[in-house]
Design a protein around this ligand. Structure first.
Ligand code: ZN
Length: 151
């Protein structure tokens, strides 16, 4: 059962890694930030359009491993239409889940499809691949000029 679930999770990650969604630049982005994970070589640029306290649109470009690309792909899908407060909460939970802190099934449920990344906590070196797009998104919300590095 558990390995079936692992397989399913892997399939979702591989699918997004091969065919990333929202993989393009946004020319008139209201926020943009670059992120770099030197440990793996992942590079992402996150673009977003803000509409009051919401993210109206989000996209990314870059080159990263399957986990990083899949994480960025799913992240851009999840954050669209969400309020900044909701995004902050999702990011916190995502971070808790991938770093293997105390995590309840209710919290996993709140993460919805992002729960596929729960498996990365078994591979500490991969955690940064999964969280890099989120750190970069946060910088894009704040429109930071300084690139984000996981080191
Ligand atoms: Zn990576």
């Amino acid at each position: 059962m558990m390995s079936d679930l692992d397989d399913l999770y892997q399939q979702v990650i591989l699918d997004h890694g091969r065919k990333p969604r929202n993989f393009h630049a946004i020319d008139d982005a209201s926020g943009r930030a670059e992120g770099f994970n030197p440990l793996c070589g992942d590079r992402v640029t996150v673009y977003l359009k803000r509409d009051d306290g919401h993210i109206a649109d989000a996209a990314f470009t870059g080159s990263g491993c399957a986990i990083c690309t899949a994480s960025a792909s799913m992240m851009t899908q999840v954050v669209k239409g969400k309020s900044l407060a909701d995004i902050e909460m999702i990011f916190e939970r995502f971070h808790e889940m991938t770093t293997g802190r105390e995590f309840t099934p209710q919290q996993a449920e709140a993460l919805g499809k992002l729960a596929v990344f729960a498996g990365v906590k078994k591979y500490p070196v991969r955690v940064k691949c999964a969280t890099l797009p989120w750190h970069t998104l946060k910088a894009a919300i704040e429109n930071k000029q300084q690139p984000v590095s996981t080191e």
